[in-house]
Design a protein around this ligand. Structure first.
Ligand code: NAP
Ligand code: GLV
Length: 334
């Protein structure tokens, strides 16, 4: 079974101007439960590259040559069939799942940069910081006991927010928190300069960074270096009563260590959007833990229109022999 074409028309690549009949094939592959999303991507890509052939993967054998793949969670047997792909685009910021695929072709892997996600991340992070800064977690617990405590312990000191990962999304989050007058510090691999943000870099500066984070917000990519980085040792270095917000990937955090740090009273609370296993199993202790807020990996959803703008621009760049923007460094893992 071949992929289902949206439209078939001739396409002349700029890199190959003499071959007017060259048709550029773009394949969209999303999990079956996201068929509507795949259709939206196909329409958006077709409208931006009208001469290309845009197809939606239907789960069968790939019979046409695929020049570009646009995917989120590709099926297990797809990548090995893309022997001629010029680049793979993810409909996401994170590329951990794709890089772990043993059949990943050698072509460039290109991720989305922001594509509407930054503002959503900033809203989530700000919500989390205000939640803890204003003591809404404590008031929620008091409400379950019908307890009326008029003073929430108001103080002029806002808690310090620490952003792990000052990349595309981490920077938007850090700026939003600065704008809301939170003291903000950030940690990245290389030193970053950001107005109003106290910046730390590298593993040697991680302890100094952690030591003053009242609210630790994770926006790191999942790589071999960040896997299980938020563990018992890191939690112990946070100030007593700190909160943890994971918006990145579940495997960056050791869930059992987080539960132990919450249960011991060292940590006050956690807001978690991502988990080692997704969907979060119904038996998981996070679901009913009084200090944990669970959201189902919705911190920032890719918006198709800005995402398609980026991908179409990048295809044009590649066809012109220019480097794509957002190319993943496979060695670094992000
Ligand atoms: P990005 O632009 O690649 O930024 C990554 C940041 O992490 C950079 O600042 C990088 O440092 C830093 N970093 C990477 N490895 C590090 C290490 N070993 N030590 C210290 N810092 C390290 O990524 P992004 O677009 O901001 O996205 C971040 C992640 O958010 C994605 O990978 C994805 O997993 C997650 N995400 C989640 C959702 C959701 O809905 N929950 C939505 C979108 C994205 P340098 O600046 O020095 O390179
Ligand atoms: C979502 O999790 C993403 O990586 O874009």
């Amino acid at each position: 079974m071949a992929a289902r074409p949206c439209k078939t028309v001739g396409y002349t690549t700029n890199s190959n101007p003499n071959d007017a009949a060259t048709a550029l094939n773009i394949l969209i592959s999303m999990p079956p439960q996201q068929a509507d999303k795949a259709a939206q991507w196909a329409t958006a890509m077709q409208s931006r590259l009208p001469s290309a052939t845009v197809s939606i993967d239907n789960g069968g054998e790939i019979t046409q040559t695929v020049d570009y793949l646009l995917t989120w969670q590709p099926r297990a047997d797809l990548l090995s069939q893309l022997t001629h792909a010029r680049a793979l685009f993810t409909a996401s910021a994170g590329v951990d799942a794709l890089l772990h695929d043993p059949n990943l072709p050698a072509c460039p892997v290109i991720r989305l940069r922001d594509a509407g996600m930054g503002e959503q991340m900033a809203d989530y992070a700000l919500y989390a910081c205000l939640h803890y800064a204003r003591g809404f977690d404590r008031m929620r617990a008091e409400q379950t006991r019908s307890q009326w405590t008029p003073s929430a312990g108001a103080t002029s000191r806002k808690p310090t927010a620490g952003v792990l990962g000052l990349g595309t999304l981490g920077c938007v989050v850090a700026k939003a928190l600065v704008a809301h007058r939170f003291p903000v510090r950030g940690w990245s691999r290389r030193q970053r300069e950001l107005d109003g943000v106290l910046s730390f870099a590298g593993s040697e500066q991680l302890p100094d960074f952690l030591a003053a984070c009242d609210i630790l917000i994770c926006l790191l990519p999942l790589t071999p270096d960040t896997h299980h980085l938020m563990n018992a040792n890191a939690f112990a270095q946070l100030p007593s009563g700190a909160c943890v917000v994971n918006l990145a990937r579940g495997d960056i955090l050791v869930e059992a260590d987080l539960l132990a740090a919450l249960d011991s009273g060292h940590l006050r609370g956690a807001m978690l959007d991502v988990f080692a296993e997704e969907p979060l199993p119904s038996s998981h202790p996070f679901w009913h833990h009084p200090s944990v807020t669970v959201t189902p990996h919705i911190a920032a959803e890719t918006l198709v229109e800005p995402g398609a703008d980026q991908i179409a621009r990048n295809i044009e760049r590649l066809e012109q022999g220019k480097p794509a923007i957002g190319c993943v460094d496979r060695t670094a893992g992000y």
